[in-house]
Design a protein around this ligand. Structure first.
Ligand SMILES: *Cc1c(COP(=O)(O)O)cnc(C)c1O
Length: 376
């Protein structure tokens, strides 16, 4: 009899031990404070700020709301230059603010926005740049800031993948005017749903706090048409407990990634990203690029073959945002303007990676890759 194959997803959350949760839940039941900047929310904000070594942090119900509110807080309007190679929420946040997204091509090396292509896209309507640290690989923040300074633009980093990235000579989350993190269930660090904004001055932090709470500055004063973006006490508790285990998760993922890198290094036509120059990577993702001509099979073929074995790799980020029906009619969305992003979108596959991933599972993935690689 054939053994039923286990389903392997691209990621699996590392949850804190359930028994550690109980005392916190009892405390919530006693306090009867469920949300609205409750005691655990305050504690989580403090501990996260300490972990990130920053002063100002606003917690959110999710990163999409954080992006929407962040843009409002900085009063961004007109056009914003961004990347088509991201999760749709990046661009959606602009549209929800009535802002026109302007897509800029990406660089091969990091798959992040290509700073050398930004300047040509600036118009009198441009007010900001919104890059993404895709997969947690840091953007060229210096080059981006130089352009922003030259033209008086704001910079908002979608740092949804950048939890725990440690750079040698700077704090990645303090680059630009703000950074937005996601704690969604599929992310390296999760509060089930959740997000945060990191910014650099007290006034901005306060304004964000008002905006995420309907615009209330105090009990009676509403300063702006705010929204409800608040993180609740349950999420905050999960966050507090998850902080205790995130470094171990990163270390375990690193081991898994190194196993992949070692086994993939001799396979023709597969490119891995294992050059973490100047920073400690968080191993949030394991993206590879499949060059069909060199590999002898397409990305789709590999994706399907893995799926047949109940292994669900993900084609992050395909289709490109610029090719989605809602965005493809934008003037900047043409494929001829975005050759690198379109190429990488066709080649990329994110293989399963998480702390509890077993070496046997990695070997199985590699075995499937080797089997369909006709150019061995
Ligand atoms: C996950 C993600 C988001 C959205 O985060 P949510 O917390 O799910 O709203 C935004 N941008 C990127 C790049 C993401 O990967």
């Amino acid at each position: 009899m054939q053994k039923k194959e286990l389903t392997i997803y691209v990621t699996r959350p590392n949850l804190p031990p359930l028994e550690k949760l109980h005392p916190y839940l009892e405390q919530i039941w006693q306090n009867k404070i469920l949300t609205n900047n409750g005691p655990f929310h305050q504690q989580f904000e403090k501990e996260l700020a300490k972990y990130f070594n920053v002063e100002h942090i606003n917690l959110f119900a999710n990163a999409t709301l954080a992006l929407v509110v962040g843009l409002q807080a900085l009063r961004i309007t007109g056009e914003v230059i961004t990347t088509p190679f991201s999760f749709v929420a990046t661009t959606h946040a602009l549209k929800w603010n009535g802002i026109t997204p302007v897509f800029c091509d990406i660089e091969e090396k990091t798959m992040n926005i290509d700073p050398t292509k930004i300047e040509a896209l600036i118009t009198p309507k441009t007010t900001a740049i919104m890059p993404v640290h895709v997969y947690g690989h840091p953007c060229d923040t210096e080059a981006i800031q130089d352009i922003a300074d030259k033209y008086g633009l704001k910079v908002i980093y979608d740092a949804a993948h950048a939890f725990g990235i440690k750079m040698k000579n700077k704090n990645l989350l303090l680059e630009g005017d703000m950074s937005v993190l996601s704690f969604h269930g599929t992310k390296l660090f999760t509060t089930f749903e959740g997000g945060a904004i990191i910014s650099k001055d007290e006034k901005l932090k306060k304004r964000i706090d008002y905006l995420k709470n309907f615009g209330f500055a105090d009990e009676l004063t509403v300063i702006a048409p705010g929204i409800n973006g608040k993180m609740n006490e349950f999420q905050s508790v999960i966050g507090l407990l998850s902080l205790e285990i995130v470094e171990e998760e990163i270390a375990n993922r690193k081991k898994a990634a190194e196993t992949y890198f070692e086994k993939l290094k001799d396979i023709k036509g597969i490119k891995v990203f294992n050059n973490f120059d100047g920073y400690d990577y968080n191993y949030a993702y394991l993206p590879v690029l499949i060059d069909e001509n060199e590999f002898g099979a397409s990305r789709e073929k590999l994706y399907d073959e893995l799926k047949k074995h109940n292994i669900y790799a993900r084609r992050y980020f395909y289709p490109l945002i610029s090719n989605m029906p809602t965005y493809r009619s934008l003037p900047s969305a043409g494929k001829e303007n975005l050759p690198v992003a379109n190429k990488i979108g066709e080649q990329v596959l994110c293989l399963p990676i998480y702390g509890a991933l077993e070496v046997e599972t990695i070997s199985k993935v590699i075995g499937i890759i080797e089997n369909i690689n006709t150019k061995k």
